[in-house]
Design a protein around this ligand. Structure first.
Ligand code: SAM
Length: 281
């Protein structure tokens, strides 16, 4: 049933947006000395070879990270994200490797922080485990990511970030996100939750947002970057991040970055962006 493999999509425009938001949230958690917990419910394998058959087949990274690579006039926040990917490429000029969310997080963790990465795919999980075996404060588990909010929250640190990044190949994922958030929030209302979503059919996103509104949870920020207007045709036209309890700086940072990021990622001029509150404070 699990046919989605992130290796076909690694480094695309959706990953770029997701991973910049992820980096900014972790930077903000690190403003305090006290350790935090990072839960990545749908981890993927953590690291991708862009010159692999899968990545080259779709070429999606060329219209994502590929459009930022080598640029010297990026907003400072975007430049910091590129610096993380540069390091993974041994500082070289050629873009060969891309970091998944677990690796971006793991490279930013301090000794007092810890991460749990879960992945269900029978082929991807062993790769994930292998990629993180040297990281002392990172644990991997082959398990259902949605269940980890109930199982592992609240964290002993009482501070943390949960990234929920399902493939949405099953329509149920939209509802599972909402119920996982309800479970997590009941246990850990002060945590930050970041939900990635694709815009394939706008109606599905609207339904998920309605479900989130109905939970009564406050402080939900929605960040979106579209490469094309909504369409009834197949394919992803946009992607977004819904952040519950975002760091207070995130809204302004994204409003500052997104005009430039959208222009760079979508030179064709069909792109657009938005940052808005689903429910404010
Ligand atoms: N978060 C990753 C990143 O940013 O690099 C990408 C994750 S990818 C979009 C989604 C992953 O979820 C796939 O690797 C898929 O195998 C996995 N998956 C699907 N259903 C799952 C579930 N119920 N629990 C955990 N992992 C699941």
């Amino acid at each position: 049933m699990l046919s989605y493999r992130h290796s076909f999509h690694a480094g695309n425009h959706a990953d770029v947006l997701k991973h910049i938001v992820l980096m900014l949230i972790i930077e903000s958690l690190k403003q305090k000395e006290k350790g935090f917990y990072y839960l990545d419910t749908h981890a993927g394998v953590g690291q991708y070879r862009l010159l692999s058959q899968e990545a080259e087949k779709t070429g999606e990274f060329e219209e994502g990270i590929g459009r930022l690579w080598g640029k010297t006039d990026l907003p400072e926040e975007v430049a910091r994200y590129i610096a993380i990917i540069k390091k993974l490429n041994y500082g070289g000029k050629e873009l060969r490797y891309y970091a998944g969310s677990p690796l971006i997080a793991a490279t930013m963790l301090r000794p007092q922080d810890r991460a749990l990465l879960t992945e269900l795919h029978p082929t991807d999980y062993p790769l994930l485990r292998n990629n993180f075996k040297e990281f002392e404060n990172v644990t991997t588990k082959r398990d259902n990511g949605f269940q980890q909010l109930k199982a592992t929250l609240p964290p002993k640190e009482r501070r943390g970030l949960v990234l929920i990044d399902p493939p949405y190949e099953l329509k149920e994922d939209y509802d599972l996100v909402v119920s996982a958030i309800e479970e997590g929030y009941k246990r850990f209302a002060t945590g930050t939750y970041a939900i990635w979503y694709p815009v394939v059919l706008r109606q599905q996103v609207k339904r998920m947002i309605k479900g989130l509104e109905e939970t009564g949870i406050r402080k939900i920020l929605q960040i979106e970057l579209a490469v094309r207007p909504d369409s009834a045709q197949r394919g992803m036209t946009a992607s977004g991040m819904i952040v519950i309890n975002p760091p207070w700086t995130l809204e302004a940072q994204m409003k500052k970055i997104l005009p430039d990021l959208t222009r760079t990622l979508v030179p064709e001029g069909t792109g657009s962006w938005s940052v808005k509150w689903i429910t404010p404070e």
